[in-house]
Design a protein around this ligand. Structure first.
Ligand code: DGY
Length: 322
């Protein structure tokens, strides 16, 4: 008998077919949004599940699903998993590192450029039929080349953004991270380690790429925004909750910073209403890793983790030692 698997969200049909060769699969190809109670209900009798960042696996879910052995997240971020509770319950957690690094770094850079050069604000103006003549200061933004790029969180994606900035655009790269990179990695990124305070005060463009946890909750709030240059831009491609969205909307409205680019939001897909009323923000719906090849690679890695675990007893990219 094949092991029972729940694929909690819609995925590529070819990946589903691959899973069906090994598992007795219950899928959600209509991509219904399940409450925690519905997810718990669907997980009954399942030994494995393929989840995305919107599916919360915590002590309550685990207690109700004692047969569960592995949760394979189709995401590099895993703040939807309570890893301590999973380890205590003997449930393996996996994620999808590496396969999305370059695509996500591309997007971080794209969002930074769109923010600095006021892309969406100017497009809305044009589409609204307001463009009647050229003028010297119309949608004049800030430069990327030669500017100081600040990166908070210098993991694989942060380093990818740093390399694009330093080598492609002649940017002066500074970063802050829980731990400093080794000299060779700093050299490859042409990046200089600074305190968080110096990062905030010095960056022309600040990009957030740190993981979400209790300690990074509201890492950028009113106090941090107050330290930034009034000409600076802020980009968040990490996770909602790292930025205090209400404080950011107020800072954008009062022009305490120049502009922001946000791909992730506190409580997404809901958006803080004040962010929808300020013009100087570029908003995208959590798509930083969304190129077709990369999303396919993520789905395949999540599936391969499940297959490897059940066929060889060892997942490819485990997050815990359950
Ligand atoms: C990730 O991989 O963590 C992306 O944010 C997609 O959820």
């Amino acid at each position: 008998m094949k092991p029972s698997l729940l694929v909690a969200r819609a995925i590529f049909p070819e990946v589903l077919q691959k899973l069906e060769q090994v598992f007795d699969v219950t899928s959600n190809q209509t991509d219904e949004t399940w409450s925690k109670a519905q997810l718990t209900n669907k997980l009954q009798g399942k030994v494995g599940t393929l989840t995305t960042g919107t599916d919360r696996i915590d002590a309550e879910v685990l207690a109700a699903c004692p047969q569960l052995k592995i949760c394979a997240n189709m995401a590099v971020g895993y703040n939807n998993f309570d890893i301590a509770a999973m380890t205590a319950a003997g449930v393996l957690a996996t994620n999808t590192p590496d396969v999305l690094t370059e695509t996500t770094a591309d997007f971080g850079f794209t969002l930074m450029m769109a923010t600095a050069r006021r892309m969406t604000e100017s497009e809305h103006y044009l589409r609204a039929g307001q463009w009647t003549k050229w003028s010297y200061d119309m949608f004049a933004g800030s430069d990327i080349h030669g500017a100081t790029l600040g990166i908070l969180g210098m993991g694989r994606i942060g380093q990818g953004i740093a390399k694009r900035g330093a080598h492609g655009f002649g940017m002066n790269v500074i970063y802050h991270n829980r731990s400093r990179l080794d000299a060779a990695s700093e050299d490859a990124c042409k990046a200089r380690y600074v305190s968080k305070e110096e990062l905030l005060k010095t960056a022309d463009h600040l990009v957030l790429v740190l993981p979400y946890s209790a300690s990074s909750h509201h890492a950028i709030g009113a106090a941090e925004l107050a330290l930034m240059k009034p000409t600076a831009t802020l980009v968040n491609i990490a996770r909602g909750g790292i930025v205090d969205d209400a404080a950011l909307a107020a800072a954008l409205r009062d022009r305490r910073i120049s502009a922001a680019g946000l791909d992730v939001f506190e409580g997404e897909p809901a958006i803080h209403p004040d962010l929808l009323t300020v013009p100087n923000v570029v908003l995208t719906p959590h798509i930083a890793s969304a190129s077709v090849p990369t999303r396919l690679a993520m789905a395949n890695l999540a599936a391969d983790n499940l297959i490897a675990f059940f066929t060889h007893g060892k997942a490819l990219t485990p997050l815990n030692a359950a």
